[in-house]
Design a protein around this ligand. Structure first.
Ligand SMILES: Cc1cc2nc3c(=O)[nH]c(=O)nc-3n(C[C@H](O)[C@H](O)[C@H](O)COP(=O)(O)OP(=O)(O)OC[C@H]3O[C@@H](n4cnc5c(N)ncnc54)[C@H](O)[C@@H]3O)c2cc1C
Length: 453
């Protein structure tokens, strides 16, 4: 590869803070809120012009409940959802045979509430900045380098929390990172979109009255009679459309209710081999998903009763990324830990979502259920060698199978709260997050209403 030697230059320090959170997605919002408790100076950096990350894609928050219907994701995440519910902007937690539980949230209300929480807690938010490097001395992260319209600047911090989804900070700081399965193949990206003008009662009736025809994956028809639902099925109709030339790459029809009574969100575009850490690849994904979106909408209108008068209403501003880098942390959570429902001394949240692998190639998906709820250990947020850094969200330390479960938004939000809490306590006690008193972290999480088993 051709290279270019950049001359050394002075970089202005824009800010010095106690705790710096990179990424304003579900993990980052919770991390910033928790970090800012007791007056810590906290800054949140976000490359886009809104907060929420994947939480604004029209997806339900999965698995707030365990398989018996008990709420296990509580604390700051529970309060976030309750505040949305009070505004009529989130549904209740509906149990689901396939996805354990579904909680629909309104994307615009998420963005607004996230801002309110940042303001209430005195978090300084800086948008339209991209973290491109770290300031690392003797294996300790001391800050990050950002690029924006203002040029290249530095931000110094006692602790940095990487909630970028892609492990951007950790990767730049030299933390060992991994991608995908044993061959490096990652779960495919999807551009979500919503359709309005859907006759949802007709969709429900057809599912309930013709469940054999609509071939849903393990969900009993009763689940569709009322309340939220995610439809996963209609395989035969879809393969017929594909045989007739529709540009669709998934094997199952997947759509879910939104907050409006004629609205469904569609999760059916897919590009195998896309890598969001490579801009050329992510660009190709955006182009291809947009092409597929119109064929998916046409398929739904032509094949699925209830969609006859529907139209595409909302297309989120980016294609959603299921998987890129994960770090190698003090502990790598394994598929077996999850399936065996293992407990951990340093538990920071309890999760219940099964392994949900959208196949890296082909259009199908596999769900694997374990023995029950499992603990997420604090060590999965702590890089193995680099100090001054925590990593929360879908890029925390998991193997490919475990990550396919822990990536859901309930779990990443709880991880974010734990990382923010640990960073705050580490700063207060003048220690590295890697050796923070975990009992204090756990007590603080429980004091904020958290559930640790
Ligand atoms: C198509 C799809 C369907 C899914 N379905 C569900 C579902 O139904 N239910 C569910 O619970 N979960 C679902 N998931 C998983 C879930 O949405 C994600 O795993 C989760 O949102 C990850 O949260 P995060 O905070 O780690 O990362 P993200 O949500 O990706 O947030 C990362 C944030 O960091 C910002 N950022 C990234 N890099 C930088 C940088 N260098 N500098 C500054 N800012 C940066 C981004 O702009 C973003 O705001 C789905 C995911 C996808 C893609």
């Amino acid at each position: 590869m051709k290279t270019f030697q950049q001359p050394a230059r002075e970089t202005a320090v824009r800010a010095e803070v106690d705790i710096l959170v990179v990424g304003g997605g579900p993990a980052g919002i919770m991390a910033a809120e928790a970090a800012a408790k007791s007056g810590k100076k906290v800054m949140l950096l976000e490359q886009r012009g809104f907060l929420g990350g994947n939480l604004i894609l029209g997806l339900p928050i999965l698995s707030m409940l365990d398989k018996d219907g008990n709420q296990i994701i509580k604390g700051a995440t529970g309060k976030f959802v309750e505040r949305l519910q009070q505004r009529g902007m989130a549904t209740g937690h509906k149990r689901c045979k396939l996805h354990i539980s579904l909680t629909m949230v309104d994307p615009e209300a998420v963005k607004t509430l996230a801002w309110e929480i940042m303001d209430e807690n005195g978090v300084e938010v800086l948008m339209y900045v991209n973290v491109v490097d770290t300031i690392t001395e003797n294996n300790k992260v001391k800050g990050v380098i950002i690029e924006s319209k203002a040029g290249r600047e530095a931000i110094l911090a006692k602790v940095v929390i990487d909630c970028s989804g892609d492990g951007d900070v950790a990767f730049r700081a030299g933390v060992e990172c991994r991608k995908g399965d044993e061959r490096g193949r990652m779960q495919p990206p999807t551009l979500m979109f919503s359709m309005r003008g859907v006759n949802i009662d007709q969709v429900r009736d057809n599912v309930v009255n013709h469940s054999d025809k609509y071939g849903m994956d393990i969900m009993p028809p009763e689940q569709f009679r009322q309340g939220n639902f995610t439809m996963v099925g209609y395989r035969d109709q879809l393969s017929d459309a594909i045989s007739k030339g529709f540009n669709i790459t998934v094997a199952r029809t997947i759509f879910m209710t939104g907050l409006k009574d004629d609205e469904l969100w569609v999760n059916m575009t897919r590009v195998s081999g896309g890598d969001a850490t490579d801009p050329a690849s992510y660009t190709a994904v955006e182009r291809e998903c947009r092409r597929q979106m119109y064929d998916v909408a046409r398929y739904l209108i032509e094949y699925i009763p209830g969609f006859e008068n529907a139209w595409i209403e909302t297309v989120p501003p980016f294609t959603g990324i299921r998987e890129t880098r994960v770090i190698v942390g003090k502990y790598v959570m394994t598929t077996e830990d999850l399936l065996e429902a293992r407990k951990a001394e340093d538990v920071i949240c309890v999760a219940s979502y099964p392994i949900d692998l959208h196949h890296e190639e082909g259009g199908d998906c596999t769900l694997i259920y374990g023995k029950g709820s499992y603990d997420i250990p604090y060590r999965t947020l702590v890089p193995e060698k680099v100090e001054g850094l925590l990593v929360a969200g879908r890029c925390s330390s998991m193997d490919h199978g475990a990550m396919a479960a822990t990536r859901v938004m309930s779990t990443v939000m709880a991880m974010g709260e734990a990382a923010g809490t640990a960073a705050r306590i580490a700063v207060e006690d003048g220690v590295e997050p890697s050796v923070v008193d975990i009992k204090k972290v756990q007590a603080a999480l429980i004091e904020n209403g958290g559930y640790l088993g």
